[in-house]
Each structure stands twice: as C-alpha cells, then as structure tokens.
Design a protein around this ligand. Sequence first.
Ligand code: CP
Length: 331
Amino acid sequence: MKHLLSTADLSKDDAILLLDTAAQMAATQSREIKKLPTLRGRTVVNLFFEDSTRTRISFETAAKRLSADVINFSAKGSSVSKGESLKDTALTLHAMGADAVVVRHWASGAPYQLAHAGWLDAAVLNAGDGTHQHPTQALLDAFTIRRHLVGRRGGGDPDGVGADLAGLRVAIVGDVLHSRVARSNVALLRTLGAEVTLVSPPTLLPVGVESWPCRTSYDLDATLADWRPDAVMMLRVQRERMSGGSGGAFFPSPLEYTRYYGLDARRLALLDDHAIVMHPGPMNRGLEISAEAADSDRAVIVEQVANGVAVRMAALYLLLAGDPSAEGNDL
Ligand code: CP
C-alpha cells in the first residue's frame, strides 16, 4: 500500500491488517510514555483545504506520537487564497521533503490527483475529499464496531484482533447524498462482511444508490424495530453542501427531518440492549440526533474520536514504515 485514498481499494486482508495494527497502536497509548520512535526524521504534512477539528487534530497527534515532524497547512491564510494551484502547492511540499501528505479537499478526487500526478514523492492519505471518500473515518468506525460488538461481546480478544464483521448489521442514517462517510463505510463494512442498510429521505439518497452493496429504506422506525441493527450510525446533515440553488434549505424541512429521521429517546428504546450509537461528528444536536441520544450510554461517539488517533497512527505506520510484523519493526 503506497497511499490510502479510498476504502474501495482495500482488500479484506488490508483492512484487517489496518485494524489489527490500530489495536497495537491503541495498546501503546495506555503506556506512561505514549511516544514511539518509529517515524523519527520523517515529515508529515497536514494539507487542509476544508475545515476540520477531529481529523486534523488526530492526524497531527498520530504523527507526533510516532515521532514524525509535522507541518500543518491550512488553505485559509496560505498562498492558495492568492490563487496558487494544487500543483504548485504540491511542488512546494515536495521541495520541503514531505514523506506523507494528509489531504482534505472540497473537490472529490483531489487526493487521487496528488497521489498520481507525479508532483510529489510522498504517501498520500485522504482525509476527506468532497462527497467521495473519508477512509480513515470508516476505519475508525470499523475499529469501534469491532471492539464493541466482536471483542467485548465475544469474550475473546477485547479488540477483536484478527476478526472481520461478518453477521453484524449497521444502519447508516441521514444525509447519504452529501456523505463521504457513508460511501467509505458502505465499501469497508461490506469488505469486512457486515450488512448495511442506508436509511434516508428519498431526496437525500444519491442517484445510482441501487447499485451500492447495501439495502436502502425510507423508514427509520421500521428499520430499527424490524431489521434490528447492531450499530446505528447517524450522519450529519451537511447544509453547507446544499447551497447550490437552495441557499442551504433542504427537503424535508428540519422539523420534518427530525421527526422522521432524528435519533431521539423513543427510537433509542427500540434498539437491542447491545446496540451502539455512532456519529462521525460534528453533530447537529437537535436535528439528526437529540442530546439524550448523543449523551446516552449507548453512544460511542467520543470513543470514535479516541480510536481515530490509533487508526491514523496505524495508517501512517503502515504507509511509511511497512508491516509491523516485519523484523525490526517492533512497536
Ligand atoms: N468526522 C470528521 O471528519 O470530523 P472533522 O470534520 O471535525 O474532521
């Protein structure tokens, strides 16, 4: 693996290696000294053309915990605002000796261009591109699902190391149309053997969704009561991506959306005892998820953020240092 661009590129073995390496990384994070010397002397550039809290901070934390030098680049306040192109930005990073570039961009496909245009000699990690992909989010989601629903529930290894997600059911609920998280999760969860149902109003499902490897439903209550998911992943309503022609308005209206697709205490009570509630963040509390649901015992939302550091450490480690089972690569 030279780059991490899309979960669709990952084989089942690749995905399990990433999750198992993340489990090793998570174990190092409970030590008194969290820092590993593995990437000493390597340079990781965080190149963010869109806002981020969790992804940017956790990639920075992950790189620093592996002893890499980190350069944070935000398009705001850089020469991008003077019109500098992606190519010239990439050539500048190349001149500075970047070994890995973590890129978030509003344009779907920008990380592919960085990886394959020949402007850089660095590993490219997609930190979210347009409505296309957010692979490390899906990996941290799968890591969290495996830990809760395979590891802790199965009574074996607490992280479920070595296991896939066969037999588990995941409902992904909300604004699928604009969601790179949904696209990344559908591909990865299917690769790992889980069943997926997308629950969304018809207006927020993408054209061509029939060909995705999952079920679709317009009815959240029926999906929770009859399909009985093991995990319910709520998606953020991305009003900032709805401005084209609609001025950020969407159909159904916010009130209707909450009524038919919001996760609240009544819907929480429909879930099986073991079922978990997820959200990639940032949340619109009161729109797609109530405060009661977000702060409930079933919610693993804060744990998802913590797992993001271990998963991003694993991704950087595997791309820059190789297989952890190889001789000389002990954690
Ligand atoms: N989940 C996620 O990508 O969050 P940020 O936009 O804060 O990085």
